[in-house]
Design a protein around this ligand. Structure first.
Ligand code: KG4
Ligand code: ZN
Length: 345
C-alpha cells in the first residue's frame, strides 16, 4: 500500500468532528470523509461557548461521528494507517474527550497515534486543498486566534505576529453582543454593515504602522462601546453604521499588518516564484476582509489562497491531514501518555 489513510478527530472547541484523509505518494491529498457536528445552537443562548456543555456534547456525539466518518470513507479501521487527534490548544474538557477516544482506538488497534496542534491543522490545510508548497505565509483569524505565521515546512513554523489581547473573531463576537446582535457575532456584524453608511463614525485603526507585526482589537471594541453609549438608544441605522465602522477598522488593520508581512517574506525568500498567502479561520468568511486581502496580495505579487469555508473553520480533515504530513515526513508518533494542552503556541 503506497497511500496513507489517516483518521482525524477534533474536539477542541464547539465542533465535534471526525474525518478520514488519504495522502498519495506524490504528496497530494484526498478527503475521503469529513463529518462535523456544530454545537452552535447549544451555546447560542449563552452568547458564547460553555466549556462544560461542550465537553458533555463531545462525549455523546464523538463515537457516532467516528463510525460515520469510517463508514463514509469506505476504509475499514484495520486499513487506517494512523490516528491523529487535536491535543491542544483549546478547551481542556473537550480536548480530553477527543484525546482519550483517539488513544483508545490507537491502543486497541496498535496503530500509531499523533497528538496534533490545532493551529498546525489550520496551517497545513492549504496543502491538502490547493497543493501549496513551502514556504508560505498563513493568516489565521478565528474565534480563538489571530496570527501571521511563516510555514517553512512540516513542524517548521515561525510566528511573526499575534494578537496582544482579543482574537479577531472574539472582537467581532463581543462587538455584536454590545450592539445587541446575535451570536456568533461575525456574520451578524457583516450583515448589518451592508446597510451601514461609510464614515458616519470614525474608529482608530489598531496597530497601524506599529513595527511589531502584532494585532490588538480590544481598544477598538471599547471605542465602539463608548460610541454606542453616546448614541443610545440605538436605531437600526446607527447599529449598521457602527458595524461598518468596526469592520472597516479591523480590515485596515489586517491590511496594514499584512503589507509588512508580505514585504518581509519577499525580502527573505526572493527566489520563491509564486509566493502564497493562505487564510484560515472563521473570520476568513468575511467578504469585506477577503476582498481587501485579494487586492493586497494582487498588488504584492502573491497568490491569495482561501480554502473552502468548511475547511477554513474547525474540522477534522485538517487534523487528519496534519497527521498524514507528519507520518510522511518521518516525524515520530506520540506516546499514549501525551497530555492535552489548553495553551500551546
Ligand atoms: O474558525 P472558527 O469557526 O472557530 C474557531 O474560533 O476556531 O471561527 C469562529 C469565529 C467566530 O468568532 C465568528 O464570529 C467569526 O469566526 N466569524 C466571522 C464571520 N463568520 C464567522 N467574523 C467575521 N465575519 C464573518 N462573516
Ligand atoms: Zn480553529
Amino acid at each position: 500500500k503506497t497511500t496513507l489513510d489517516i483518521l482525524g478527530i477534533e474536539t477542541s472547541c464547539d465542533e465535534t468532528a471526525a474525518a478520514v484523509v488519504r495522502r498519495l505518494p506524490d504528496g497530494s491529498g484526498q478527503i475521503l470523509s469529513d463529518v462535523v457536528l456544530s454545537q452552535l445552537d447549544l451555546h447560542a443562548a449563552f452568547g458564547g461557548v460553555v466549556p462544560e456543555l461542550a465537553a458533555r456534547s463531545h462525549v455523546s456525539a464523538l463515537d457516532h461521528l467516528i463510525a460515520q466518518a469510517l463508514d463514509d470513507s469506505g476504509v475499514a479501521l484495520d486499513d487506517i494507517d494512523a490516528i491523529a487527534v487535536t491535543s491542544g490548544p483549546g478547551l481542556i474538557g473537550g480536548l480530553m474527550v477527543g484525546l482519550m477516544t483517539g488513544k483508545a482506538i490507537a491502543m486497541a488497534t496498535g496503530k500509531p497515534f499523533f497528538g496534533i496542534n490545532h493551529l498546525e491543522g489550520h496551517a497545513l490545510t492549504a496543502r491538502l486543498t490547493d497543493g501549496v508548497t513551502f514556504p508560505y505565509l498563513l493568516l489565521l483569524v478565528s474565534g480563538g486566534h489571530t496570527q501571521i505565521v511563516l510555514i517553512k515546512g512540516v513542524n517548521e513554523y515561525e510566528r511573526w505576529g499575534s494578537t496582544i489581547d482579543d482574537a479577531l473573531g472574539e472582537a467581532f463576537d463581543k462587538t455584536a453582543k454590545l450592539l445587541g446582535l446575535t451570536y456568533p457575532g461575525g456574520p451578524a456584524v457583516e450583515q448589518a454593515a451592508l446597510e451601514g453608511e461609510a464614515k458616519k463614525f470614525r474608529l482608530p485603526v489598531p496597530m497601524r504602522r506599529d513595527p511589531r507585526m502584532d494585532f490588538s482589537f480590544s481598544g477598538l471594541k471599547t471605542a465602539v462601546r463608548q460610541m454606542a453609549q453616546e448614541q443610545a438608544p440605538l436605531s437600526r441605522q446607527t447599529i449598521a453604521d457602527l458595524c461598518l465602522a468596526f469592520q472597516t477598522s479591523v480590515t485596515l488593520s489586517l491590511d496594514d499588518r499584512l503589507t509588512m508581512a508580505l514585504t518581509r517574506f519577499s525580502e527573505r525568500f526572493p527566489d520563491v516564484k509564486a509566493p502564497a498567502l493562505v487564510v484560515a479561520g472563521g473570520v476568513a468568511a468575511n467578504k469585506a476582509i477577503r476582498a481587501t486581502l485579494q487586492i493586497r496580495t494582487d498588488q504584492s505579487g502573491f497568490r491569495f489562497i482561501a480554502p473552502p469555508l468548511n475547511l477554513c473553520t474547525d474540522n477534522a480533515a485538517m487534523i487528519a491531514w496534519a497527521g498524514a504530513e507528519r507520518l510522511a515526513a518521518g516525524l515520530p508518533a506520540d506516546q499514549l501518555d501525551l497530555a492535552p494542552r489548553s495553551r500551546w503556541p
